[in-house]
Design a protein around this ligand. Structure first.
Ligand code: MN9
Length: 295
């Protein structure tokens, strides 16, 4: 069976929590709406790093998948990140998200233990062969320590249900080699800072955290780069990277959430061990919002 191609601008969705660290359904719904109605993205990547997924229990992950699908309906493409060190949880979530109608699954490479590539490959095949869905490999070596070579990607693609890669890495030689070797696979830029060069190298789309706030500029970069207007695209990437640099200095996910609050979205708090917002951080985030999005 053929699975849908997912292209364009895809937000790595933030999760709204209340002060006690519980998932805020109202907040999650508002973040989804803001991404669809204001940022006008093409898809949502749910349960990734940006969603603080690795801090959550199974039922909470289910709840988020359910709320997002209920709010987004079929307005945008939905990707569910189901990777976990607990393979039974991954299998359970893979079925859960597939039954809800998610257009694709994704799974982070298994991390912490030094798994062999044979074990990594078996993990992907075990998950995706258990359901009628497609799999986007979540490749993020700077957080997982797991690298994958072109030959190993080729081995993962022996399973036709493995249809793409979210490429959150700075190795653009590997990105170029990947594009050339697998023109039919879906390839997504995972670092928003490098969307312009990634687009020039031919990615099908981008999956990013900062699109929650900066989606309109991200769309401009993608469109201008695809139209060959590189100088104009670079100007927007420069402003975007000034914004991202400021956000990273102030604390990534918290700052994005406080920016959303400035935009009228109840994006809430982060979940421990992520820290509570300090007054300085709130002040910093408000300044960032005013600087890049002030009227
Ligand atoms: O999903 C995101 N990765 C992480 C992609 O959050 C680990 C990126 O969008 C980055 O947050 C962003 C800022 O460095 O590029």
């Amino acid at each position: 069976m053929a699975y849908p191609k997912i292209t364009g601008l895809i937000t790595a969705l933030l999760t709204a929590f209340d002060e006690n660290g519980n998932v805020s359904e109202k907040g999650v719904r508002q973040i989804v709406r803001h991404n669809i109605d204001v940022n006008k993205v093409d898809g949502l990547y749910v349960g990734g790093s940006t969603g603080e997924n690795f801090l959550l229990g199974t039922e909470e992950k289910e709840e988020i998948f359910r709320i997002v699908k209920d709010e987004a309906k079929d307005q945008v493409k939905l990707i569910a990140q189901v990777g976990s060190l607990n393979i039974k949880e991954s299998l359970h979530l893979a079925k859960f998200a597939t039954d809800l109608g998610y257009d694709s699954l994704s799974a982070v490479t298994p991390f912490y233990y030094k798994f062999s590539f044979a074990e990594v490959k078996d993990y992907y095949n075990t998950i995706i062969n258990s359901v009628d869905n497609q799999m986007i490999v979540y490749f993020i070596p700077f957080l997982t320590g797991v690298n994958i070579t072109i030959d190993q990607f080729s081995e993962l693609f022996e399973n036709p249900k493995v249809t793409g890669v979210k490429f959150t890495a700075g190795d653009f030689y590997l990105l170029e080699r990947f594009r050339k070797a697998f023109p039919e696979k879906m390839l997504y830029a995972g670092f928003d800072e490098m969307m312009l060069p990634a687009t020039v190298l031919g990615v099908d789309g981008a999956i990013g955290s900062t699109f929650n706030v900066n989606g309109v500029r991200a769309r401009q970069i993608m469109d201008l780069a695809r139209a060959g207007k590189i100088e104009e695209a670079l100007k927007v990437q420069n402003v975007t990277n000034d914004f991202i640099t400021d956000v990273l200095k102030n604390g990534l996910y918290g700052t994005l959430k406080i920016c959303l609050q400035e935009a009228g979205v109840e994006a809430g708090c982060c979940r421990k061990p992520m820290g509570a917002y300090t007054p300085e951080m709130i002040e910093g985030a408000k300044k960032i919002y005013a600087k890049y999005f002030g009227k």
